[in-house]
Write a protein that binds this ligand. Structure first.
Ligand SMILES: Nc1ncnc2c1ncn2[C@@H]1O[C@H](COP(=O)(O)OP(=O)(O)OP(=O)(O)O)[C@@H](O)[C@H]1O
Ligand SMILES: [Mg+2]
Length: 228
């Protein structure tokens, strides 16, 4: 078996108040390994985005911890550790809004590479990442609001690849796209583990897409179970 890149240890989430907690995610353990694709399916409101946000360090869980390469990344007691942030990268549904506004996408990604101290020439690195994300490099000269939803998602994939993410978490990336664009984006995402050696965690309502992943987890009312 390949090495574990992401480990969830008892992560759970309760919203609401201390007196009236509403459990969105029951304590959950799982491991994502290098080179694998994992789908997370489940009905609306089941807790999938809550799970994704916790894994990305965007939401502090009410219980448990997330480990990246065996090292503590984030958890109930502590926010995400900055030096591990780039290892787990998200491709949100509204990817355009997650990129810095008004700045050409190329510039914001190259700045991120410099800030993170990523090895190599940023321009060359981003050119390779754009190829992996299957985005026309000319589109990276535009500001995020000048990109379509599908193009912005590819830009987000390029950013994740360029910064050297070992886990890409995509939360329903295809649900706002037309069928052709969705199929192209799904292909680009599913090809990521093979190209980068990292892992893909794909949250989707599309069962056909989920079956193309190596493993499938189903979330039912906040309980995560491996279904395949
Ligand atoms: N900030 C919040 N405060 C209170 N409750 C929340 C909050 N965010 C989510 N919830 C609740 O947590 C539960 C899980 O929500 P979540 O967004 O994780 O579902 P989901 O599986 O991603 O759904 P969808 O498929 O519609 O995106 C829902 O009952 C939701 O109402
Ligand atoms: Mg959701």
């Amino acid at each position: 078996m390949s090495r574990a890149v992401l480990q969830a240890r008892g992560i759970g989430m309760a919203y609401g108040t201390r007196r009236r907690p509403v459990t969105a995610l029951h304590p959950t353990d799982f491991t994502v390994r290098a080179g694998e694709s994992v789908a997370v399916v489940g009905r609306s409101g089941a807790g999938k985005s809550t799970l994704a946000e916790i894994l990305l360090g965007l939401r502090r869980p009410s219980a448990g911890d997330v480990l990246v390469h065996g090292e503590h990344f984030c958890g109930h007691a502590r926010g995400p550790r900055a030096h591990l942030r780039h290892v787990v990268q998200g491709v949100p549904q509204d990817a355009g809004a997650s990129l810095p506004p008004r700045v050409p996408v190329r510039r914001s990604i190259e700045r991120a590479l410099l800030r993170l101290g990523v090895d190599g020439d940023p321009r060359a690195r981003l050119a390779r990442a754009a190829e992996t994300a299957r985005i026309d490099p000319a589109l990276l000269e535009r500001a995020p609001h000048q990109l379509s939803g599908g193009q912005a998602q590819r830009a987000a994939i390029a950013r994740a690849v360029a910064v050297g993410a070992d886990v890409v978490v995509a939360d329903e990336p295809t649900s706002a796209l037309d069928a052709d664009t969705a199929a192209g984006l799904a292909d680009a995402l599913l090809a990521l583990p093979g190209r980068t050696g990292g892992a893909l965690l794909l949250i989707t309502h599309d069962d056909a897409l989920a079956t193309r992943c190596d493993r499938v987890f189903t979330v039912r009312e906040g309980k995560v179970e491996q279904s395949r």
